[in-house]
Design a protein around this ligand. Structure first.
Ligand code: SF4
Ligand code: FE2
Length: 638
């Protein structure tokens, strides 16, 4: 068995992994160590799209070079990538659609929520061409959600959200390349039809289809989810909270919320407050909600709820022996959680009809019955408190402090304390003067196959040392939070120029400094990063592709990251990937995405201005990213 120190940087997680081993419990880290990766699948050359197969293409020409149908490695790799992006896109689109319906049910009086983001609502309405004069909030919600629903139905034109949120130059480029999707559902259906056996087999055409689909992910998935969640729950503002397993409290009823859509998580927090008085009846001091993955992010961003851990270590809160319930909705929820939960008193509670786990309790969550479901979940957790086995309780003590809540609105507000009439000017001036070299978004996950948090943290350390401003989302942001990089304390790792800017902006806002990495939210909130880039490009009157910026997912695990990454590529942003994206079996696909061969006829770099940088070593990756940032600076004449 590998040493736990080689599996994660987080000492609390190491402690829990040791405990799991002593108690004979298997975790994702153990399964990753046992599971050898298939050499064909790793390169993307395994195809099981039809019953003539499965087929696989032997690397380096030593064996069959075509499947039974005649598909070669390029076709198979391109189709597999397309299907990964399809999975990611469909999950984000379904997330957005649920929020649209929740808003409609709310204004119709069927769902117990309140519209809290009225400024955002008005701003969206205006952007969508709706006349807002004299209209009530409910009427505006009605009209904005009607525009959102059109993005799942319209047969002509393109997505309203794409028109609303895309940078003009990108829009023109996509239109010229015939990449504008009509509606989200049709594009997903067409993609399925297109990648079926015997349909599209031209790898270049398949890649263009993948890019088109990624625009659905970006606009009808990410942007729509974020925008409408801000309408429902308000736009995040800077908050302070705590990170690591130490946020689980021995004397309290502990409930972990895990998943992605804030509709359930927000209600659990609300009902934990309402039922606080029930906790002493079972001998607990209160009710403590902790976050995992992006449900954690949503609650952190808007409510300052503490975060227990991120993706790869999601089993660890249960292993503390002090978690009374883990409630989950959709995406990134390991099926293996129940195997761990059944060794403790922890009740794993699934809530979404299309996302169940065998053996777990299922309490159906719908927006109409949100209150009943949340109440029942909290009451069950309270009664589970009495079922704890004291001999199994051991909670790691470490806690770190972190700031989050950096929506674009919050960033602009912070900058306006420096320059009220022209808030983006101080940021742009710092980039032009070289105090800030450029900006990189650290996004994505952690992956039990890579030493947890190491690659996210190492990359950020290297970037900030070189005066690169970092923003972060998703489970990567959690990695940074755990290691002090979301706190002004992390400023000591920054280069002088960056440290100076973060200190000046922080002090103008009454803080000692801003943290070296700004936490911008959940995975769907990568839309906030795109908004910030569009605003900067608009301010400078250049394209997004001209900005000295990049995105990076050093420890990703989910196909959603491939969808998001493709959307950013299409927007003109370089994307670093630290985990094998399973495309190396095709030279063509690899060259299109990475522009590795300079004279290659088509590359995403030439078409859109962004390319994939695949590098597993974070220090080397930082060098490659910085090289591209310097190249883009030079082209801008700065
Ligand atoms: Fe094999 Fe072609 Fe069928 Fe894929 S689609 S399994 S390559 S025969
Ligand atoms: Fe996420």
């Amino acid at each position: 068995q590998p040493d736990v120190k080689d599996l994660t940087m987080d000492t609390g997680v190491q402690q829990m992994l040791e405990k799991a081993r002593e108690e004979g419990i298997e975790t994702a880290f153990d399964r990753a160590a046992k599971m050898t990766q298939c050499g064909f699948g790793s390169q993307g050359v395994c195809c099981r799209l039809c019953l003539e197969g499965p087929c696989r293409i032997a690397p380096k020409g030593k064996g069959p070079q075509r499947g039974v149908c005649g598909a070669d490695a390029d076709t198979i790799v391109a189709r597999n990538l397309y299907q990964h992006v399809m999975q990611g896109t469909s999950s984000h689109v379904e997330h957005a659609r649920e929020i649209v319906h929740a808003l409609i049910e709310t204004i119709e009086g069927h769902a117990p929520y309140q519209i809290q983001g009225t400024d955002k609502l008005k701003c969206l309405a205006q952007g969508l061409g709706i006349d807002i004069e004299g209209k009530e909030i409910n009427q505006l919600v009605k009209e904005v959600t009607a525009k959102a629903l059109e993005d799942f139905q319209k047969q002509h034109g393109t997505l309203n959200w794409l028109k609303l949120k895309s940078h003009e130059k990108n829009f023109q480029n996509w239109e010229a390349l015939n990449l504008l999707p009509e509606n989200a559902h049709a594009e997903i259906a067409k993609s399925l039809a297109r990648t079926v056996m015997g349909a599209d087999s031209d790898p270049a055409n398949l890649l263009m289809g993948t890019v088109k689909l990624s625009l659905v992910d970006g606009f009808a998935g990410l942007h729509m989810s974020t925008d409408l969640q801000d309408v429902m729950f308000g736009t995040p503002r800077a908050v302070k909270a705590q990170y690591r397993l130490g946020v689980i409290k021995k004397d309290m009823v502990n409930i972990a919320v895990h998943g992605h859509v804030p509709l359930l998580a927000e209600k659990v927090v609300e009902w934990a407050g309402k039922l606080e008085g029930e906790a002493p009846k079972v001998g607990a001091q209160g009710i403590n909600i902790v976050g995992v993955c992006c449900s954690g992010n949503e609650l952190l961003m808007r409510k300052g709820v503490n975060v227990a851990t991120n993706y790869a270590s999601q089993e660890m809160p249960i292993i503390t022996g002090a978690l009374d319930a883990m409630v989950v909705d959709i995406q990134c929820i390991m099926p293996g959680l129940q195997q761990v939960a059944q060794c403790y008193h922890t009740e794993l509670i699934t809530t979404i009809p299309y996302s169940k786990i065998s053996g777990a309790t299922h309490i159906e969550f719908s927006t109409e019955k949100a209150d009943e479901a949340a109440r029942e979940i909290v009451m069950r957790a309270i009664s589970n408190f009495t079922k704890r086995d004291p001999n199994k309780i051991s909670i790691p003590e470490e806690i770190t402090e972190a700031y989050a809540g950096f929506s674009v609105e919050q960033i602009v507000e912070a900058l306006s304390a420096v320059n009220k009439s022209d808030p983006l000017k101080p940021l742009v001036d710092s980039i032009a003067s070289g105090s800030i070299l450029g900006a990189v978004a650290i996004v994505g996950c952690t992956n039990p196959r890579r030493k947890q948090d190491k690659y996210n943290v190492e990359l950020v350390m290297e970037l900030i040392k070189n005066n690169v401003l970092v923003v972060a989302t998703g489970c990567s942001a959690h990695s940074l939070g755990k290691f002090g990089l979301l706190s002004p304390d992390g400023l000591k790792y920054c280069g002088e120029g960056l440290r100076g800017v973060l200190t000046a902006v922080g002090q103008a806002n009454g803080l000692p400094a801003l943290p070296p990495a700004l936490h911008m939210g959940s995975c769907v909130d990568n839309s906030r990063i795109a908004d910030l880039l569009s605003a900067l490009a608009g301010y400078l009157n250049v394209g997004v592709k001209d900005l000295p910026v990049a995105g990076s997912c050093p420890e990703t695990h989910h196909p959603k990251a491939l969808a998001i990454g493709t959307y950013f590529l299409a927007s003109g942003v370089d994307v670093h990937v630290g985990v094998n994206p399973q495309v190396t079996g095709s030279e063509l696909v690899t060259n299109v995405l990475t522009a590795a061969k300079e004279d290659f006829p088509i590359t995403t770099d030439a078409l859109f201005g962004g390319k994939i940088i695949y590098e597993e070593d974070s220090v080397k990756a930082a060098e490659l990213i910085i090289e591209r940032i310097k190249m883009k600076r030079k082209a801008l004449g700065i």
